[in-house]
Ligand binder design. Structure first.
Ligand code: PRP
Length: 178
C-alpha cells in the first residue's frame, strides 16, 4: 500500500468481541423497541454492518454522508453534508453509528440536524473515541475503544481514501503521516 506503514492496534478478533459486547448493551437497552440505525459514510460502513448483525432488536438502516477532513490528517473544522437520510424519523428511536469521535464536530452537527425532525430519542455508538483533540463537549453513549493520539486506519477508516479495507484497526507509524 504505497509507502504507508501501519501497525495493528486492535486485531480483528478483538474487534469482533467488542462489537458483540456493544450490540449486547444496545439490545438490552432497546429491548422490545425498534431502532433506526443511521451510519455516517464513509468511515462507519464496516462497523455498522458488523454491529447490526449482532443486534437482537429489529432495526431499519439509513445513512448520511458527512465529511470534515478533506485530504489530510486534521479536521477542516467545517462539516459538509452531501447525503441526507431518506427515512422519516419522527417519533423513532435513533442510533447513530460512527467510526471515530475526534473533535466532536461531526456528531454535534448530526445530532442537532436530526433533532430538528423530532425523533423520540437519539443515541450515538462510536467504535473509537479519541478524546485528546475534542473541540466541543461531546460524549458518545456507546464506545468501542478509547484511543490516544495517532492516526488510525483500517476497518473502515482511511488515510486519503486508502486503507479502509484493512481488517484490523491500525495506527500509522510515527513519521509516516502527520
Ligand atoms: C472522519 C470520521 C468521522 C469524523 C470524526 O470522517 O469518519 O466521521 O471524521 O471527526 P470529528 O469528530 O473531528 O468531526 P471524514 O471526514 O474523514 O470522512 P470519512 O468518514 O469519509 O472518512
Amino acid at each position: 500500500m504505497d509507502a504507508l506503514q501501519q501497525e495493528v492496534l486492535y486485531p480483528r478478533e478483538l474487534i469482533d468481541k467488542r462489537v458483540k459486547e456493544l450490540a449486547a448493551d444496545i439490545s438490552r437497552d432497546y429491548q422490545g423497541r425498534e431502532l433506526i440505525v443511521i451510519g455516517i459514510l464513509k468511515g462507519a460502513f464496516i462497523f455498522m454492518a458488523d454491529l447490526i448483525r449482532c443486534l437482537s432488536v429489529p432495526c431499519r438502516v439509513d445513512f448520511v454522508r458527512l465529511a470534515s477532513y478533506g485530504a489530510g490528517a486534521t479536521s477542516s473544522g467545517k462539516v459538509v453534508m452531501t447525503k441526507d437520510i431518506e427515512t422519516s424519523i419522527n417519533g423513532c428511536d435513533i442510533l447513530i453509528v460512527e467510526d471515530i469521535v475526534d473533535s466532536g464536530l461531526t456528531l454535534t452537527f448530526l445530532v442537532n440536524w436530526l433533532q430538528e425532525r423530532n425523533p423520540l430519542s437519539i443515541r450515538v455508538c462510536a467504535l473509537l473515541d479519541k478524546r485528546a483533540r475534542r473541540q466541543v463537549d461531546f460524549e458518545a453513549d456507546y464506545v468501542g475503544f478509547t484511543v490516544d493520539e495517532g492516526f488510525i486506519v483500517g476497518y473502515g477508516l482511511d488515510v486519503d481514501e486508502k486503507a479502509r479495507f484493512l481488517p484490523d484497526i491500525c495506527v500509522i507509524k510515527e513519521g509516516m503521516k502527520k
